[in-house]
Ligand binder design. Structure first.
Ligand code: NAD
Ligand code: MG
Length: 293
């Protein structure tokens, strides 16, 4: 018999604040990544995946589902997130697959290259790149965005995607896939997320263009564009005060944010030839009922 989804947590949430990048272990309520209704069927058997920002949030949920689908994974994270990364590794290993930890800052081009190399060395190759890490800091006014902040947001959110993809395709055989994490802000803009939204818009155009460029090499490239998701990203955004976090996601048609377990299956879909062999260059919205046209 089909199990029913237990109701997902709704705002109001407890007021909370963390320093970026934040820890999933400190979030209340804890994000859901278990996907109990999801039935794995070996769609990614023996694939090797690198997931940036795989310690927490969407990246953790993707790591866990990939492992359940039979993939080995390497996850990248920042030094302050090691405890979250170790928890993700335990979850992947509990699903019977290998998980390698890669610590470093993706705003550095040299680390992007090293990150791919470490993933290739530990996994024995690379079939899937999930470019998912991002930096986000809301600002009310354009004057508040320093050149440094502007530059850093672009380096983490879009430059790293370029450097990682460039290094990764060198190792990828036909049948491989790249999946990036975009955002609704890249489709609609956001008045408090000028720099972040601009990087996500660039990410969308880059994804569509790289998809076309790599068709002849048999590598598919797609992105997922979520609406609000309950992860450390927003509670550790300096521009999102605890009172705002309390009501996070309330203004969507479903009146709540997504849980990571509701976003992650799209990453299996887009990485798996069983599901999406004719799909490349797509930006897949997961918006809880918000419509775009
Ligand atoms: P998260 O905080 O769990 O993940 C973001 C990760 O980015 C962090 O875990 C961190 O490891 C990584 N990161 C940040 N700065 C970095 C740097 N300089 N170098 C290396 N890694 C760095 O939050 P999340 O919400 O799961 O974010 C994952 C993706 O989802 C991001 O691309 C984000 O833009 C996107 N997204 C999130 C939401 C949301 O509401 N949470 C909505 C739309 C899109
Ligand atoms: Mg994290």
């Amino acid at each position: 018999m089909e199990q029913e989804q237990k109701p997902q947590p709704r705002p109001p949430y407890p007021k909370q604040k963390q320093r970026a990048p934040g820890l999933e272990s400190k979030l209340r309520p804890r994000p859901r990544f278990e996907a109990p209704l999801y039935k794995a069927s070996g769609k990614l058997l023996d694939k090797r995946a690198l997931i940036t920002g795989g310690d927490s949030g969407i990246g953790r949920a993707v790591a866990v589902l990939y492992a359940r689908e039979g993939a080995d994974v390497a996850i990248q994270f920042l030094p302050s997130e090691r405890s979250d990364a170790e928890a993700t590794r335990d979850l992947v290993e509990a699903a019977g697959r290998r998980c390698y930890l890669i610590e470093g800052d993706l705003s550095e081009e040299t680390f992007c290259d090293e990150c791919v190399q470490q993933a290739v060395d530990s996994l024995g190759g690379l079939d899937i790149l999930v470019s998912n890490a991002a930096h986000q800091m809301r600002k009310e006014k354009i004057e508040e965005i320093s050149s440094h902040e502007w530059d850093y947001t672009f380096r983490v959110n879009i430059y790293a995607y370029f450097h990682l993809a460039k290094a990764a395709v060198h190792h990828m055989k036909p049948g491989s896939a790249i999946v990036a994490t975009s955002s609704e802000t890249g489709l609609m803009g956001n008045k408090r997320l000028l720099d972040y939204s601009a990087t996500k818009g660039a990410l969308n155009a880059f994804t569509m263009s790289l998809a076309q460029m790599l068709i002849d090499r048999g590598i598919r490239v797609n992105a997922v564009a979520p609406g609000p998701v309950w992860t450390p990203l927003n509670p550790s955004d300096e521009g999102a005060p605890p009172e705002k976090v309390k009501h996070f996601g309330e203004d969507t048609p479903m009146k709540r944010p997504a849980q990571p377990e509701e976003i992650a299956p799209a990453y299996v879909f887009l990485a798996s030839d069983a599901d999406s062999s004719y799909i490349t260059g797509v930006i897949l919205p997961e918006l809880g009922g918000t419509t775009l046209m």
